[in-house]
Design a protein around this ligand. Sequence first.
Ligand code: ATP
Length: 205
Amino acid sequence: MIDQLSEPIKKPIIKIGITGGIGSGKTTVCAIFKTLNVPVYNADVEARLLTNNHPEIVRRVRELFGDDIYKHGLLERKKVASLVFSNKDLLHQLNAIIHPIVAAHFKAWLSQQENYPYIIKEAAILFESGGNKQVDKVITVTAPQHIRIKRVMLRDKLSEKEVLNRINNQMPEEEKVKQSDYIIQCNDIDLVIPQVIRLHEELMR
Ligand code: ATP
């Protein structure tokens, strides 16, 4: 009894979601948090890895789209994107396969993060996937649309029209901002590192 009482009370780890539209600067902001030793889970990267490697996902995605949707062990992402683009039901079925397994993977990762007061989950579709309900606070990274277009055209070698298509397929940035607890401006004027440090200090308190 005395032993139980003398055990230190463990504070639950705070979960912070980071989201933002394509090219807003999420990954750049997360890289700054990482330099402060904050554990970061990149849901988009993990989902991509699990989609290629998790046996249950691979089996069910093959059932949904046919065996040739994987080439040399990698999902034909462009083909999938064009198939689900005009078929919301197919998109829903695909998400129903992937999201629960990524959520379980995140939970398992989270259970191993015990040495830090807070962790970050980076996800482009945090709100759209309902992932915002799995975290305590949400940070949205924002940048003006013309800057995001310019960045993604340069980074991914895409045309302006292709980038715009992707932007128009995501939840509008203003909507994300409205539903967020914190905003980080990642434009050409505001310095990003001081904004991250300020937030970090607040979250560590
Ligand atoms: P996506 O959703 O497409 O993965 P993202 O929100 O993670 O994008 P980043 O990859 O961080 O965005 O940034 C997009 C591009 O813009 C990168 O090439 C990055 O180096 C550049 N970038 C990000 N922030 C800034 C900034 N403040 N000033 C200049 N360039 C930036």
